[in-house]
Write a protein that binds this ligand. Structure first.
Ligand code: CO
Length: 138
């Protein structure tokens, strides 16, 4: 399996509104997605468009949100994960497990509407790593 494009960098924020306002104020960014709710993953997200990628701002949703736990350790928020594209999430899961990497859940539908998996940060040099199937591009 080959490593695909860096799709986005995930950044945990205590408040999506404040997170979005910061990118607007600091960089004059105007292209920002609406709120996408992922209750299964305990997050509410918005994507800030950059010329070659996206920033995914993540706000906790619900008490058991992994992002809420992250914010307990980093109250200001901060870099949470990186996401690379892979052609097939199920194949990627099998391949990484065969390499001894813990995959955090079965492939499930992510914020882009395609299948994603997450690799345990302790097996990835401290970096929570998301792998997603790409969105069909025109
Ligand atoms: Co993500």
């Amino acid at each position: 399996m080959s490593l695909g494009r860096l799709n986005h960098v995930g950044i945990a924020v205590p408040s999506l509104d404040e997170g979005v306002a910061r990118y607007e104020r600091m960089f004059g960014v105007t292209e920002i997605s609406e709120v996408i709710e992922l209750p299964e993953q305990g997050v509410r997200v918005r994507f800030v468009e950059t010329p070659n990628s996206q920033i995914e701002l993540l706000e906790p949703m619900g008490e058991n949100s992994p992002v809420a736990k992250f914010l307990e350790r980093h109250p200001q928020g901060g870099q949470h994960h990186v996401c690379f594209e892979v052609p097939d999430a199920h194949a990627a899961k099998a391949e990484f497990e065969a390499k001894g990497v813990r995959v955090l859940s079965p492939p499930r539908v992510g914020a882009h509407g395609t299948l994603v998996i997450f690799l345990h940060p302790k097996d990835m040099g401290g970096v929570l790593t998301e792998l997603m199937e790409p969105v069909a591009r025109a």
